[in-house]
Design a binder for this molecule. Structure first.
Ligand code: SAH
Length: 224
């Protein structure tokens, strides 16, 4: 990457400005505190085109979701930025992601956090994402193939958990794997999904906030 001229620097800068405007509007509308400056720097850095090999490169820097095969999509950059901002992630944090997909959100989290643990249920997507992350040097992103509904308890508890597929309720296993003071960012619902932030307070109780309506692929479950 470093020696290769990156022709997408300007395209990413335009994307960043677009996201900045929208997130600042959402922040005012919801009175939520969204830490997005570091997130925007990360979006300005991560080569999204490397995570969508089937799409024309220029499409990677539109503020749109894109298909990644297996009926799954890479989320819209705005949503990646918003969820990362709501996670309020600092560089010593340990973060769990459920739904690696293309690996793009994992890379953005890798720029922000100390360590990222990401779970993907579709094996070929996981191995494609792992390859891209390795090629780009994201050594602090660790992956597992499996059902992320039950999280990844071995490496928890986590400062933040970001879920990028929608369950119809908040999985209690994920709340259990949050540190006190930690934040779960998750789309919830069948058709009418809400992006929610669940804060775990020092006494272990939780506080929920609705952010905006969203449309994610459903969180599927392993059958046993
Ligand atoms: N974060 C991704 C977006 C992926 S779309 C990105 O940046 O590209 C959601 C992903 O969640 C899909 O790849 C889907 O296969 C995965 N998924 C759905 N249910 C899951 C589950 N129970 N556990 C882990 N991954 C799941």
């Amino acid at each position: 990457m470093a020696q290769e001229a990156d022709v997408f620097v300007e395209a990413r800068a335009r994307l960043v400005e677009d996201i900045r405007r929208t997130i600042s509007e959402i922040e005012q509308r919801t009175s939520l505190n969204i830490s997005y400056e570091c997130v925007l720097a990360a979006i300005g850095k991560v080569p999204r085109h490397e995570f969508v090999p089937a799409a024309p490169d220029a499409d990677a820097y539109r503020n749109r979701p894109l298909p990644i095969g297996f009926q799954q999509t890479i989320s819209q950059p705005l949503i990646v930025a918003l969820m990362s901002g709501l996670g309020d992630i600092s560089n010593t944090d340990r973060v769990l992601e459920v739904g690696t997909g293309s690996g793009y959100q994992a890379a953005v989290l890798g720029e922000l956090a100390g360590a990222v643990y990401s779970v993907e249920i579709i094996e070929p997507l996981a191995s494609q994402a792992a390859k891209a992350l390795k090629r780009l040097g994201y050594d602090n992103v660790h992956m597992r193939v499996g059902d992320g509904y039950t999280g990844w308890p071995e490496y928890g508890p986590y400062d933040a958990i970001i879920v990028t597929a929608a369950p119809d309720h908040i999985p209690s296993s994920l709340i259990e794997q949050l540190k006190p003071g930690g934040r779960l960012v998750i789309p919830v619902g069948d058709f009418d999904q809400q992006l929610m932030v669940v804060e775990k307070l020092a006494d272990g109780s939780t506080r929920e906030h609705d952010v905006i309506p969203v449309r994610f692929v459903p969180l599927t479950r392993d059958k046993d």
